[in-house]
Design a protein around this ligand. Sequence first.
Ligand code: 3H9
Length: 706
Amino acid sequence: MNLNPSADVVTRELRGKVLLVTIDHAPVNALGADVRRGLLAAIEAADAEPAVEAVLIVGAGRNFVAGADIREFGKAPVPPSLPDVCNRIETCAKPVVAAIHGAALGGGLEVALAAHYRLAVDGAKLGLPEVQLGLLPGAGGTQRTPRLIGAQAALDLILSGRHAGAKEAHALGLVDRLGSSGDVLAEGLAYAHELLAAHAPVRRTRDAAALSDRAANLAAVAAARAETVKKARGLFSPMKIVEAVEAAVDQPFEDGLRLERKLFLQCLDSPQRAGLIHAFFAEREVLKAPETRDAKPRALGKIGVVGGGTMGAGIAVAVLDAGLPVTMIERDDASLARGRAHIEKVYDGLIAKGRMSAAAKTDVMTRWSGSISYDALADADLVIEAVFEDMSVKQAVFAELDRVCKAGAVLATNTSYLDIDALAASVARPADVIGLHFFSPANLMKLLEVVVPKQVSADVVATAFELAKKLKKTPVRAGVCDGFIGNRVLAVYRAAADAMMEDGASPYQIDAAVRAFGFPMGPFQVVDLAGGDIGWATRKRRAATRHPQARYVQIADRLCERGWFGQKTGRGFYLYPEGSRSGMPDPEVEAIIETERKRAGITPRNFTDEEIIRRYMAAMINEGANVVHEGIALRPLDVDVTFLYGYGFPRYRGGPMHYADMTGLPTILADIREFAKEDPLFWQPSPLLVELVERGADFASLNQTV
Ligand code: 3H9
């Protein structure tokens, strides 16, 4: 019998008495149809061939198996199904061993659980992350995992989607043995031969006994259900996971599998699955800016930060946390001391929470140095300027950087709206100048807008992406315009929210509707958190260039004139008694709104929550389309990632552009045209949106790799 009929994604080779089955399907051995067919054929061959006494399954490359092939979801299913493959592995008449290195995730772990024995080497990551894709483990994972490690541990893994390392997996009972060397193949073969020598029987996970204490396991399910009701905010799959694991405790294996399949298919059909999988691919696609393909990053050994305010200190913490040294520049000793204190405050907070030791802080701070002389930046590879948002102040900083920095140093600005082309043109080395727009708090927020001015060289852009990787940020490439991607779109949907407020919706209703949509906060809560004075300054700056006929809602200005800047002043749109961070509606604000409506000659009307969201989203999507149309964002998915990582957009909705596709672009355009009847200047349909509707296309069609 030919044990390896084709050089395939699943290869078979007899090693002694063991049939070595290797899954070799780059990049991550995902379980696409060919792999499933190959695995099935391998088990059939093992059962049929007398020379085979045991089977060893391994993965080629860096991982065992990363899971089902996510790209297949939403398409017509191709047999054999993964549950069938897993069942066939489990019913193999000869012992099957899985030897795990790298990722054994989702369907990958389910294949391993269907095997009879499992070994993992150092660096292995085992987990069932389906929940992060809006799914549940659908190839027996909800039934086999609890039988192997009990309902509580299984629910913890499946509901969190977290990865367990080899040692933890061993302690949990997910794997039987830890490999003592990193050579997974040698370890796996040795283990399989050892099992044969010991006449180890076929041992099926479906018969494992971790659920024997039914009452305790049902109690664990009940506790997880109560917790999930509280925590799963609008998510569909977590409750289905609880239901499936309950069936594992309560029902025979085959019945549990049937229920798991039914629930899996429900999750597969849900728009949340589509949104979460869009987010999964989008956050990987954003890394592929043209410059990262075409150019090599420059060195990133030493980083400078100019400015020790909230932003500069947050950036410095992000850099220190990445293990890099930071030199901070401030204008005098007192400011420098404040900058250092801002940094230490972050670490002291971690120490207070028990998440950092004092020794670790001391260690991190040895990589921090400060100076009031720019000369200290002479050997920096990249400098990030985070000073006051004023062009002349920034130009003065850049003149100094131009003077002291070595040739080839990257000069970055953290401006959130200033014209970086103009800033670059003010120095002798414009090709080295780039925007790195961090979001506050800069050490925590994942988004980094990489703002690409006209004259910048490709390797500087590649260096910015490399820095993002080191800082564990999600970079999105943006072009130069007022507000780049995020803040430019934000200004428009904020204006839509302001208009609704003046027309009759209360800020509290708008915030509640936006939260019910899935954002952690509504727009007026965000203003109160960020500080009303910031938006006020922006509005004043924009006043000169505002279209004379543009509607301008003055309510926020009235609050700012009273010094009500939000949380930091104890009141803004909400009241914050005694430093409380969750605000209370303020009748005085409602009275001010009422007065403003009268002043503007508006008779207030009622808004439903649904109408609020339609307007809010239409404004966001339309400006998102403009940003793509003008090339400020490379693709719609770049807008999506910006909003997922910087603006709290609910991940399960995939981002505003994906949400638009799901809603249907003709519906969005019809809404905009309807709203335009009241305010045609504000509600001008984006040319890109109009074009896509005319072509019957969607935003996704523009998401191909650049
Ligand atoms: C599941 O298993 C359902 C079952 O229970 C039931 C079924 C019935 N499929 O992340 P990377 C691509 S659901 C297809 O940059 P890393 C990825 O897009 C699945 N493609 O590498 C990228 O492509 P490109 C449960 C996949 O080393 C390339 O591989 N499993 C898949 O930083 C490299 O990826 C998961 O959710 C996939 N499953 O990290 C695990 N996975 O080069 C998802 C990756 O074109 N995967 N790709 O941009 C991961 O967490 C990480 O990829 C992993 C490697 C940790 C494995």
